[in-house]
Design a protein. Structure first.
Length: 225
């Protein structure tokens, strides 16, 4: 049975330093708009989203606010400065959101998110504690030690997890508190709730929902957009 309806929010993380990319990729222009714009637009157009917070580099807060105004993105609740690590940035974004409701945490450099994807995830997280999109791993995956391949992993049980990832705000804050007490560093929010013994529900993701990591990824983005 679906729980009593509570508001849904977005938390878009765009505070990365782009070490592998060679710069702040979230602000690189694609079709005359910053890459970040395409993620924000999905939250703006999703009818189930009440508002969203954007976490960005301290030096780029003014730029993000100007972008929101320029492109008439009106659901933004706050633009806040990120921290040293991803965990720090997500936690700063949580401080800017209301106490209750649900949240979709999304990487601001995944431009192919769709409003329908957000709607599907929010409907699911109103039934399950945590929800994430993922795609099956299709290539052979091997464990490496130094420059040597030492073991082939069984890919039939492996998925590549994407964002957005969906949680109740209460659960995600509790997961952060537990991780901080344990001095645990995680790479995504699902790992935080897994640390509480909760197994997130998997939804089928899209191979197009790529995370822009290297400069050549922009060629793909420009071709699709």
């Amino acid at each position: 049975m679906t729980r009593t309806a509570e508001p849904n929010f977005g938390l878009v993380v765009a505070a990365g330093r782009g070490r592998r990319f060679g710069g702040l990729k979230q602000f690189v222009p694609v079709k005359k708009k910053p890459l970040l714009f395409y993620s924000l637009r999905a939250f703006e157009l999703c009818p189930l989203v009440s508002g969203y917070a954007v976490v960005t580099n301290p030096s780029r807060i003014s730029q993000v606010k100007q972008m929101l105004k320029k492109f008439r993105l009106q659901k933004s609740i706050a633009v806040v400065a990120g921290g040293k690590e991803r965990m720090d940035s997500v936690e700063q974004g949580l401080f800017a959101l209301p106490e209750s409701g649900y949240v979709a945490v999304h990487d601001g450099v995944r431009p192919f998110i769709k409003p329908q994807m957000l709607s599907l995830g929010f409907r699911a997280v109103h039934r399950y504690p945590a929800v994430a999109f993922g795609v099956p791993v299709t290539e052979t995956v091997k464990e490496m030690v130094g420059n040597h391949l030492v073991r082939t992993l069984d890919r039939t049980s492996l998925v590549a997890i994407q964002t957005p990832q969906f949680f109740s705000l209460e659960l995600l804050r509790r997961a952060f508190a537990q991780a901080r007490n344990q001095h645990l560093i995680t790479t995504d929010e699902c790992q935080l709730v897994e640390n509480l013994g909760i197994a997130p529900r998997l939804l089928p993701g899209s191979p197009l929902n790529i995370k822009v990591t290297h400069p050549e990824d922009l060629l793909f983005c420009r071709a699709i957009l």
